[in-house]
Design a protein around this ligand. Structure first.
Ligand code: GLA
Length: 388
């Protein structure tokens, strides 16, 4: 299509209806979210996609085999809705499934891939999230993602392909070749600390499987939900995290190059939620144009720390290093980083000037090592400049 296509070059940023609203969606709600993107600075910060997840259609296709939007939820139809989202300078995403039905039981795109892709293009859709429920058992999932990718690339419109097979079938080994721009590598996130920690630890050694045009999607953000989902499974009113846990969650997803799809009700976001989601220093790390994965360093002394205390380093395109000191354990820890472990020996005579990406201020210049003390479930993210 376009000759210099930057679609999917860096991790997609947006909002998705599922985490908070699940089945209970409608065009008024989602228009308000789009308006909030503009009025509250999300658009200016780089968030772009408004994604309608499952439950937007009728339960049956029409007599021509086409998907039909639920007119109670979307009375203006999807095309007019897309026009509205585009008029705000934003993009619209929608959801379907590689199987016969979506996870919530609506029609899936199995054996309808090319007609559905054309339909989405006609409506003005800019992103398709493609789920994995009700896949006929004899079918290869790999082939079904290749099919839809090909259908989208030939639909007549640039449509970003967001694959969602939850990390199954060794997805790491074939998804980039399929043409997908991002791919879910984990089961569904829940709005609690255990879930954030579990998803993180499952991906911390997968840095080589993310990069430009095909980003490892660790699932949508739960930042700012505070237990506010209408679905018992995703969070329930008894779920929720502390602000420092949400801050750590956002830092991990940013450092690890995950797409950042907001999942809370941003119309009612707290001051702290906005500070987290609109952190320009973290977004700049996530959106670095080279999209390198973050490597992990075990802090010294190694025998003292479990896997839940670690350092992540992301090499940035301007020569800086983004460094995350993460303490997912249940007690305060000193996390000791030897600069040697990032390629900076004493013999280089260089020091690092460290800038705190949460406090938004310079910490100082350090040689050889830096040993911050990090409270439990918390983190310190610094941007380090090499100075000789
Ligand atoms: C699956 C996906 C979720 C969401 C639901 C919708 O569980 O992983 O992200 O899309 O389906 O039913």
């Amino acid at each position: 299509m376009t000759s210099q296509n930057t679609m999917g070059l860096t991790p997609p940023l947006g909002w998705n209806s599922w985490n908070t609203f699940t089945w209970d969606i409608n065009e008024t709600l989602i228009k308000e979210v789009a308006n909030t993107f503009v009025s509250d600075g999300y658009k200016d910060a780089g968030y772009e996609y408004i994604v309608i997840d499952d439950c937007w259609s009728l339960k049956e296709r029409d007599e021509n085999g086409q998907l039909v939007p639920d007119s109670e939820k979307f009375p203006s139809g999807i095309k007019a809705f897309a026009d509205y989202v585009h008029s705000k300078g934003l993009k619209l995403g929608i959801y379907s499934c590689a199987g016969t039905h979506t996870c919530a039981g609506y029609p899936g795109s199995f054996e309808h891939e090319f007609e559905d892709a054309r339909q989405f293009a006609e409506w003005g859709i800019d992103l398709l999230k493609y789920d994995y429920c009700f896949k006929p058992r004899q079918m290869s999932g790999e082939l079904l993602y290749k099919r839809m990718s090909l259908a989208l690339k030939n639909s007549g419109r640039d449509i970003l392909f967001s694959a969602c097979n939850w990390g199954e079938d060794d997805v790491y080994h074939w998804i980039r070749e399929s043409g997908a721009h991002m791919y879910r590598s984990t089961g569904d996130i829940q709005d609690n600390w255990e879930s954030i920690k579990k998803l993180t630890l499952s991906q911390v050694d997968k840095a080589r499987y993310t990069g430009s045009y095909c980003h490892n999607d660790m699932d949508m953000l739960v930042v700012g939900m505070y237990g506010g989902s209408n679905d018992g499974f995703i969070g329930s009113k008894i779920g929720g995290c502390t602000d420092s846990q949400y801050k750590t969650h956002f830092s991990l997803w940013s450092m690890m190059g995950s797409p950042l799809m907001i999942g809370c009700d941003i119309r009612e976001a707290s001051h702290m939620t906005k500070d987290i989601l609109l952190n320009k220093d973290l977004l700049a790390i996530n959106q670095d144009v080279e999209s390198r994965g973050a490597y992990r360093i075990k802090p010294e002394p190694q025998w003292f720390h479990d896997d839940d205390v670690f350092i992540q380093v992301k090499v940035l395109s301007d020569g800086d290093l983004a460094i995350g000191f993460f303490n997912l354990s249940d007690t305060q820890r000193e996390i000791s980083l030897q600069f040697w472990d990032m390629g900076l020996p004493y013999a280089s005579k260089c020091s690092l000037e460290l800038y705190d990406c949460w406090e938004h201020k310079t910490i100082g210049q350090f040689k050889e090592r830096y040993n911050p003390v990090v409270p439990k479930h918390d983190c310190l993210i610094v941007r380090a400049k090499v100075v000789s």
